[in-house]
Design a protein around this ligand. Structure first.
Ligand SMILES: Cc1cc2nc3c(=O)[nH]c(=O)nc-3n(C[C@H](O)[C@H](O)[C@H](O)COP(=O)(O)OP(=O)(O)OC[C@H]3O[C@@H](n4cnc5c(N)ncnc54)[C@H](O)[C@@H]3O)c2cc1C
Length: 740
């Protein structure tokens, strides 16, 4: 907190120092006290942003008899006030207590007034050595006393550092608290606490080097930031300060996987995702947990081996959302000779240990069920195994596990600035709530935005080039009824999958097109629909056209630029890049859903020693939430789901079969927890969309960060395909009304 004189002087050098005064002049702020109120609440002679009326001389000082100005009054409830940093809670450093002139009781008013007058004239105008000395000392002390913040929740009172927001009596000022200085907070009593917490926070003139640096950066970055700087920080959204070991930027599969691994090793983790979890590439994949048969053509044996190993691990960790899928490849002599396919499949079978999945084999299509929907003329084919995954749920389950192990997951919160701060990083996160995160290490897992995020971190060298490659899928009414998927080859040597999707549909994809636009706005092109339809029509009896397409989705692959010519030839492997020197900042370039766990493990392998974390690798053994379906015997069979489903149905005989199957698939062993003791269909609540009851919606909103209809209908469940616009609106309205 600054005295009025300093408050004005310091703000003068930044941006429009008096702007907060102007802003407050508009109307009497509902979070500032009425004039004449709460003088007794003044603490430490501090000042806060105030209305112009407060600048007028007011009453006389009790101790000196002189007139005091409104500057000397602290806005009641502004105990959370921090020059340059709007906060809801802060603790005061221990060494500050009782020594500063600002800490002295009222009897010190005369001295304080003297210092204030000297401060107004500036140090050069001081004619006594003692005065200069005092000012310098106070200035030094104020600098040392930079208040650091711990976690506090807007609308609730700040509590002990690192603990949940506390009750009324837990936040008295000057209380000594354990922990590092920057985890302590100063909080005063303040009668207008509610008004302050409910309303926007305060921001005063920047104070100290760090604050000045921030103000400069804010002004430079335009938009909301510039507004902040312009207003001199008059009134802004409340900002929480969080201290953590690791900040993960990006809530796709890689960010969620790293957050989970780090939290499981005992690190304090914050993950920020600017949209919903898995809203971008991680929900737009072909949804395969696979080794990548076609990568063998590019001699990527290392990547295929790693992916095949991970396929086995993931099938074990989340058998409810990941399951085996058998593929049929009709032989097309004009694209690849049979010996090449056989050699490739042999390698595919043997590059890594296979515990669950059967080996590949050659088939005769005329006596195989998968031959029936195919056009005649193809006699020969091959069969092999891979895995299917509900990609968006895999991300959510990783985030959920991270959260249950202590990580803080902030969805719809964008990281807008990252800067070095001593031996760590200071990041600005903006969303419905604003945060300043002080982290010992940062992970940039922003997928297609990784290069932009790397540039956010000021002072970083030019980031590695990413190659953005668009891939699109179409969904059509089912082309076949059996459970096999197809891998079909085009004359351009590309391959396309046709996969059974949600009982009534077939998913067809993907394409590979260079992409230069905004990854958030990626959409399928007409040429892609034509390409996918044409290729499908060349293989299947049932012909499809644009009119048959019931849904499409597109994603942007953030691929490591290996200077490969064609987009489909670019490596799908990943690179973890941690620039030497300075606090750890790890960039994730590239990657696949299949290899996310290994990527996270390797990331922690790099970060853990820098964070003095001794936790061992653990994610290969621990099932994801809901994944502990089976006993050991069933696990060995690789068929944990069927017996689990039978048990679940027996325990909930009132659930219709399709609903029981969907709950068991989506939530696994947590399905009963999601149902929360409900024992009849009526108790599930209103049916807001086909098969979507209030009970599930409540769970998704409260536990899985679902905040919008799309979060529920396209990512947490895949019910979007069966909903009309009225039902979507029902879900949207319900979520808006029941926001946790
Ligand atoms: C068409 C297609 C098919 C694919 N098929 C498969 C497949 O079958 N199997 C497979 O294993 N892999 C597949 N992949 C690859 C896989 O989907 C991706 O490698 C993976 O999803 C990338 O995850 P990510 O976490 O790196 O990126 P993303 O999922 O895009 O996550 C990055 C997140 O960072 C967030 N973000 C960005 N900037 C900020 C910021 N400043 N602050 C906060 N958050 C930010 C974004 O909102 C985004 O949600 C496919 C990819 C595509 C495009």
């Amino acid at each position: 907190m600054l005295h009025a004189a300093k408050h004005r002087r310091r703000s003068a050098g930044v941006a429009a120092p008096a702007a907060h005064h102007r802003r407050l002049a508009g109307r009497r702020s509902d979070h500032l006290p009425a004039r004449g109120q709460c003088l007794h609440g003044r603490r430490h002679g501090a000042v806060a942003a105030r209305q112009p009326g407060h600048h007028r001389p007011q009453r006389r000082s009790r101790s000196t008899g002189r007139q005091r100005t409104g500057h000397r009054r602290r806005a009641d409830g502004a105990r959370l006030y921090r020059p340059g940093r709007p906060v809801l809670g802060c603790r005061r450093p221990r060494h500050a207590a009782g020594h500063d002139a600002r800490d002295r009781p009222r009897t010190d008013c005369a001295r304080r007034a003297r210092i204030d007058r000297a401060a107004k004239r500036g140090p050069d105008a001081c004619n006594g050595a003692r005065c200069r000395h005092t000012l310098a000392r106070i200035a030094r002390r104020r600098w040392r006393q930079r208040q650091r913040f711990a976690d506090a929740v807007p609308g609730r009172r700040a509590g002990r550092a690192g603990a949940a927001p506390a009750g009324d009596r837990n936040d008295c000022a000057r209380r000594r608290l354990p922990g590092r200085t920057w985890l302590r907070r100063v909080v005063g009593p303040g009668r207008n606490r509610r008004a302050l917490e409910a309303g926007p926070g305060f921001r005063a003139a920047p104070f100290g080097r760090l604050a000045r640096r921030h103000a400069g950066a804010l002004a430079a970055r335009g938009g909301a930031h510039a507004q902040l700087a312009r207003t001199g920080g008059a009134v802004t959204a409340a900002v929480q300060e969080i201290a953590c070991d690791l900040l993960v930027i990006g809530g796709g599969i890689n960010g969620a996987g790293i957050a989970r691994d780090a939290a499981g090793r005992g690190l304090s983790v914050v993950l920020c995702e600017r949209d919903d979890l898995a809203q971008h590439t991680s929900s737009a994949s072909t949804k395969l947990v696979h080794g990548g048969l076609r990568y063998l053509e590019y001699y990527e044996f290392g990547l295929v081996r790693k992916a095949l190993r991970e396929r086995e691990v993931l099938l074990r960790l989340a058998p409810h959302i990941i399951w085996p899928l058998r593929f049929v490849m009709p032989h097309e002599a004009s694209t690849r000779p049979a010996w090449m396919i056989r050699a490739g499949l042999f390698l595919y079978d043997h590059l890594a240990r296979r515990a669950f999945l059967p080996a590949s084999r050659g088939i005769r299509l005329n006596d195989h069920v998968a031959g029936m929907p195919l056009k005649g003329g193809r006699q020969r084919g091959f069969e092999y195994s891979d895995g299917w995954v509900d990609d968006a749920r895999l991300v959510v389950l990783n985030a959920l596990d991270a959260h249950e192990r202590g990580a803080r997951i902030l969805t719809r919160t964008s990281c807008t600035h990252v800067a070095r701060d001593g031996d760590g990083w200071l990041a600005t996160l903006e969303g419905a709530r604003h945060f300043q995160v002080k982290a010992r290490a940062v992970v940039n897992a922003a997928g297609p935005w990784a290069a932009q995020v790397a540039q956010l971190a000021s002072g970083q060298a030019k980031p590695r080039a990413l190659r953005l490659v668009k891939g699109s899928h179409i969904v059509v009414p089912r082309l076949f009824t059996h459970p096999y998927a197809y891998i079909i080859q085009n004359s351009d040597r590309r391959i396309v999958f046709a996969i059974p999707y949600q009982e009534h549909y077939t998913l067809i994809g993907t394409t590979d097109l260079e992409y230069k636009g905004d990854p958030a706005k990626v959409a399928i092109g007409e040429d892609e629909v034509d390409y996918l339809c044409r290729l499908t029509n060349a293989y299947f009896h049932k012909q499809i056209g644009k009119a048959d397409v019931v849904w499409t989705y597109s994603g942007v692959r953030p691929l490591l630029d290996d200077s490969a010519g064609e987009a489909s030839a670019v490596t799908r492997d990943y690179l973890l890049d941690m620039p030497a020197g300075g606090p750890p900042l790890l960039h994730v370039w590239g990657g696949k859903i299949t290899t996310y766990r290994k990527l996270a493990e390797e990331a922690l392998g790099l970060l853990a020693p820098r964070l003095a974390c001794t936790g061992a690798d653990w994610t290969a053994q621990e099932p994801l939430p809901g994944g502990d379906l089976e006993d050991a015997g069933e696990l060995a069979n690789g068929d944990a789901f069927a017996p689990f489903l039978a048990r679940f149905r027996a325990a909930h005989p009132w659930l219709p079969e399709p609903l029981a199957l969907r709950y068991a698939r989506g939530y696994g062993s947590r399905a009963a927890r999601m149902l929360g003791g409900v024992s009849s269909l009526a108790q599930l609540g209103a049916e807001l969309a086909p098969g979507l009851f209030e009970c599930e919606l409540r769970y998704l909103a409260e536990v899985e960060w679902a905040a919008d209809a799309d979060d529920v209908l396209w990512r947490r469940t895949k019910l979007g395909l069966s909903c009309d616009s009225a039902e979507v609106e029902n879900v949207r309205r319900w979520l808006a009304q029941h926001r946790p």
